[in-house]
Write a protein that binds this ligand. Structure first.
Ligand code: SF4
Length: 360
């Protein structure tokens, strides 16, 4: 049997953490190429038409990685349709004639359960301790990405120089890939945040604050959402998002306590868990509203039931509280120009509401 050459689907810059995890466990890694229109075109061509769009992106990633030599695919599964992604993708790849091993592990378990499942399926010869250490290193890389990108979302729209923060981010990501210890990762994160803090900013008098909520894949993979957060930043908006990889891991440690907490914090807008991250979308929108934000952008893959459920409640919230919410629905036909136009119109409306001057 050939030695495993492992690949996984892209989700933002978290590939750096996934790659570190696999390498720590002595696996050869094939990182799928950067997402492009080709990724989506390949994924769409071989996917069932009405499946949600993250499935199509994942499948495109897998086929591109197989073309680069990958022979083992690692895919998480969870609640909603995500539960059968791995099963269906394995069947499709098999029908296409690709000879690959598909390793599925249940992301809905406790963290220790996930680590144990991963060890048993990927590297049963290694001790649980070693696998746990590899997860800790990967998680710390993910947390460093979240800290730096959270700063970017909140400040990028106000930098005076062109591209200063983006250049710092590019350098950070390439150095993060090479960072080998927890101490190196923490030092790099702190150094990067200090560098970004030193970039001169000018904030307008009528500064807008917008929260972004929605389905987790769209939230975390900028290519799939047509770079919504950056587009908001370019319009001079301070962008906030609660759902990150760090938050997601923390939620799986808390288990059902997290869902109960979300319901308790939703101001009565939601009484039962509505699946995947739908409850989160409602609860976070309520918090953004209470915190005096100017609006919320909601990202939903076409046909995603948990977010369709959330949307119905959020429309009521928007109506009853006169709170602006922009609903964006994505499928494989969604064009970047269309999303950009809607973001521009939304920001203009928010600026007029706030009494500011609309940019032209
Ligand atoms: S949350 Fe929605 S888009 Fe994501 S896998 Fe589930 S059904 Fe599909």
């Amino acid at each position: 049997m050939e030695p495993p050459r492992v690949t996984f689907p892209h989700m933002g810059d978290y590939w750096i953490g996934f790659k570190a995890l696999a390498e720590e466990l002595d696996c050869e890694v094939v990182v799928p190429p950067k997402m492009t229109a080709r990724t989506l075109e390949i994924g769409t061509r071989h996917s069932p038409e009405f499946v949600c769009v993250p499935f199509k992106y994942n499948l495109g990633n897998f086929i591109e990685a197989i073309e680069m030599g990958a022979n083992t695919i690692v895919q998480a599964v969870g609640g909603c349709r995500f539960g059968y992604y791995g099963e269906v993708q394995a069947a499709i790849l098999n029908d296409l004639g690709y000879d690959v091993r598909f390793v599925r592990f249940d992301a809905g378990r406790s963290v220790l359960g996930v680590i144990r499942d991963f060890r048993d399926k990927m590297c049963p010869q290694l001790s649980l301790r070693r696998v746990k250490d590899a997860f800790v290193l990967a998680r710390r890389k993910g947390a460093a990405i979240d800290a730096v990108q959270d700063f970017l979302r909140k400040n990028l729209g106000f930098q005076v120089g062109d591209g200063d923060m983006e250049n710092i981010e590019v350098r950070f990501l390439s150095r993060l890939e090479a960072a080998a210890t927890l101490r190196d990762i923490d030092a790099l994160r702190d150094e990067t945040l200090a560098e970004m803090n030193a970039v001169p900013l000018v904030r307008p008098d009528h500064q807008l604050r917008v929260g972004v909520v929605g389905e987790i894949y769209l939230l975390m993979e900028p290519f799939s959402n047509c770079d919504v957060e950056r587009q908001l930043s370019l319009r001079g908006v301070e962008v906030h998002r609660h759902l990150t990889m760090t938050a997601m891991i923390q939620h799986s440690i808390e288990g059902y306590r997290h869902v109960d907490d979300l319901i308790a914090r939703s101001g009565g807008w939601v009484r039962h868990h509505i699946g995947a991250h739908g409850t989160e979308s409602v609860s976070m929108t309520h918090e953004f509203m209470e915190d005096g934000f100017d609006g919320v952008v909601h990202l939903k893959p076409f046909g995603c039931m948990p977010e369709v459920n959330a949307m119905a409640i959020m429309q009521k919230m928007s109506r009853e509280r006169t709170f602006p919410i922009l609903f964006l629905s994505y499928d494989s036909q969604t064009a970047e120009a269309g999303v950009r136009t809607r973001i521009e119109a939304f920001c203009d409306m928010l600026e007029m509401r706030k009494g500011g001057v609309v940019r032209v």
